[in-house]
Unconditional design. Structure first.
Length: 317
């Protein structure tokens, strides 16, 4: 069955519009009868919103990893870059690839003032409501458990916004996509961000990206908002180095981590790009979810100071 399922994964790459609808199965927590990639739609504000969903063959419950593509990209491309569906086959989770709204210029997310608000059609997109509803409707259909929000670039900005405003994510991982809000309120949620220090599209230090369309805040600004939300104390972080990547884990009520990458530009730090980085964010973010959110979907909180640092951040191998 695993060989057949892998063939489904490979065949599904680039399928896009030709995907079958996600079926209603009699026992969604049992072995999935026809594993593979499906399309799934929800209605939000009178519009039909779409996602691609890979379901593995093994029995549930299954975690949901919701992966948000960057601006001008799409679900198919991000699936290919992250290789999340291949990981889903091996590790028994559902990989969900929502589509941002398509307007005059590109597909994008309404993450704030970048990059999904360049025309009127994007400005009114309630993407937080879309993602919450997507997870709520998909969960019983696939025997879903924990929910990890993942995003890159404009998708990382959207993962940040969804984590701050939405009800469904249990943990958030954002790459090259800073929070575009002045604050992030709510109960503690595990959060990790990656950012290349050579990124010219979304500079780590903030400022105008090379497209000249947006003046970005420093990545640390949004991270400080997460530290405040997660009840971090004013102590030095634990620091771990993996090749060009340096990760800092702060003593907080929910794990709060920042990983910067020397010489890394505007690219997903793993999946198809893992070989040239020496670590793989696609693998490590799954470890992050498993370490910090127990089955059942409630983020584990810890007393601070003292975050039970054990020397393994899951940030790299």
């Amino acid at each position: 069955m695993r060989a057949a399922a892998m063939a489904v994964v490979v065949a599904g790459l680039g399928m896009g519009c030709g995907l079958p609808e996600l079926p209603d199965v009699a026992q969604p927590c049992g072995e999935w009868p026809e594993p593979g990639t499906y399309k799934f739609t929800v209605e939000v504000d009178g519009r039909t919103r779409k996602a691609e969903v890979y379901v593995p063959p093994t029995a549930g419950p299954r975690d949901l990893v919701v992966a948000l593509h960057g601006g001008s990209s799409n679900a198919d491309s991000f699936r290919a870059v992250t290789r999340l569906d291949q990981h889903a086959l091996r590790e028994n989770f559902v990989a969900v690839f929502p589509q941002g709204r398509k307007a005059l210029l590109w597909r994008a997310w309404n993450a704030g003032y970048c990059c999904g608000n360049l025309d009127e059609q994007h400005r009114d997109a309630n993407d937080v409501a879309f993602l919450d509803k997507l997870v709520k409707e998909l969960t019983p259909r696939v025997c879903g458990d924990r929910v990890l929000a993942v995003g890159f670039s404009n998708g990382g900005m959207m993962a940040n916004r969804w984590g701050c405003e939405g009800s469904e994510p249990d943990a958030i991982v954002a790459a090259a996509g800073p929070l575009l809000r002045s604050a992030c309120e709510g109960e503690p949620r595990p959060f990790r961000q990656y950012h290349g220090l050579a990124d010219r599209n979304v500079p780590f230090a903030g400022g105008e990206g090379k497209t000249g369309l947006t003046n970005f805040p420093p990545a640390i600004q949004g991270f400080e908002s997460w530290k405040e939300r997660n009840g971090c104390v004013d102590e030095d972080p634990e620091v771990f180095t993996f090749g060009p990547m340096t990760c800092e884990r702060y003593p907080c009520k929910a794990s709060t981590e920042q990983c910067t990458i020397q010489g890394w530009s505007h690219a997903w730090p793993g999946g198809r790009n893992a070989a040239r980085l020496g670590s793989d964010a696609t693998t490590d973010m799954l470890d992050f979810l498993h370490q910090h959110v127990p089955p059942g979907g409630t983020a584990a909180t810890t007393e601070v100071p003292g975050d039970d640092i054990d020397g393994d951040t899951g940030a790299g191998r």
